[in-house]
Design a protein around this ligand. Structure first.
Ligand code: GDP
Ligand code: MG
Length: 211
C-alpha cells in the first residue's frame, strides 16, 4: 500500500498533526473519496473501515466508529476512564447536540472528502482552530462540520483498549480546559460560533453557489 508520511521535526501535538493530515488528504482526494482517520495505538481495528466507508457512501458526511451504538463496546478500559469518557460524552451531547450521535470523542471516523474540502475552503486556518488544547480538536472538527450542515452517522465499534501498549497521550486537564473554552466560544451571546458561523456560511454558500 503506498504510504505518504507527513513528518514534523518537532512534536506538534494532535491538533496541528490532524490539521496537516486533513489539509493534505483534501488536496489529494478525488470526488467520491472517503478520508479515514484512526488512532495509531492498536486500539482502532481497521476491520471497521469497510462499514464506515459504506455508511459514508450511503449519504453521510461524517461517520463515527461508536462505542455507544447498539452492538458497540469497549474492552480493557478501566472503570475510572470509562466513567470520565462517558461523562465527557454526556457533556458534549448537552452543549453540542448532534441528532443521531452518541459518540463524540472517538477519533476513528470516516469523512466525505468533499465535505472536508468545503470546510477548509470555508474556514481556512480556523477549521481546526484550538490547536494547543490537547484532544479538543477531535470535538472541534465535529462542531465545525455541524455548523456547515454536515450529516452525521455512526457504526457500532469495539474499542480494543486491551491492545494498547503505550500510555495515553491525553492530558485530561488541558483537554477539559479546551472543552470549556470551546463551550464558551460556541455559546458566547456576542458573536459566538453558533450564530456567527451559521450566518457566515449561509452567505458564503450563496456567493459560492455551493450545494
Ligand atoms: N502525530 C501525532 N499524533 C498524536 C499526538 N498525540 C496523539 N496523537 C494521535 O492521537 C491518538 C490518540 O492518543 P492516545 O494516546 O491513543 O489517546 P487515547 O486513545 O485517549 O488513549 C494517538 O493514537 C495518535 O494517533 C501527537 O502529538 N502527534
Ligand atoms: Mg488511542
Amino acid at each position: 500500500m503506498p504510504l505518504e508520511i507527513i513528518h514534523h521535526r518537532i512534536n506538534r501535538g494532535l491538533g496541528e498533526s490532524s490539521r496537516d493530515l486533513f489539509e493534505r488528504a483534501s488536496e489529494i482526494a478525488n470526488p467520491g473519496d472517503v478520508v479515514i482517520r484512526l488512532d495509531c495505538d492498536d486500539t482502532h481495528e481497521p476491520e471497521f473501515i469497510p462499514l464506515i466507508v459504506d455508511k459514508v457512501r450511503s449519504g453521510y458526511d461524517v461517520v463515527i466508529a461508536s462505542r455507544f451504538a447498539p452492538g458497540g463496546g469497549q474492552v480493557g478500559v478501566n472503570g475510572y476512564r470509562a466513567f470520565i469518557s462517558r461523562a465527557a460524552n454526556l457533556f458534549m451531547k448537552v452543549f453540542f447536540p448532534i441528532a443521531g450521535l452518541k459518540e463524540y470523542s472517538c477519533g476513528f471516523r470516516g469523512y466525505r472528502a468533499e465535505k472536508i474540502k468545503e470546510a477548509i475552503a470555508f474556514y481556512g486556518n480556523n477549521f481546526i482552530q484550538l490547536k494547543g488544547l490537547g484532544f479538543t480538536c477531535t470535538l472541534e472538527k465535529l462542531v465545525k462540520l455541524k455548523l456547515i450542515n454536515a450529516r452525521f452517522g455512526e457504526v457500532p465499534f469495539t474499542l480494543r483498549y486491551d491492545q494498547k501498549q503505550s500510555a495515553s497521550k491525553m492530558v485530561s486537564s488541558v483537554t477539559t480546559l479546551g472543552y470549556l473554552v470551546m463551550t464558551l466560544l460556541y455559546h458566547w451571546p456576542w458573536g459566538g460560533w453558533r450564530t456567527s458561523i451559521r450566518r457566515k456560511h449561509g452567505n458564503w454558500t450563496i456567493s459560492n453557489d455551493a450545494p
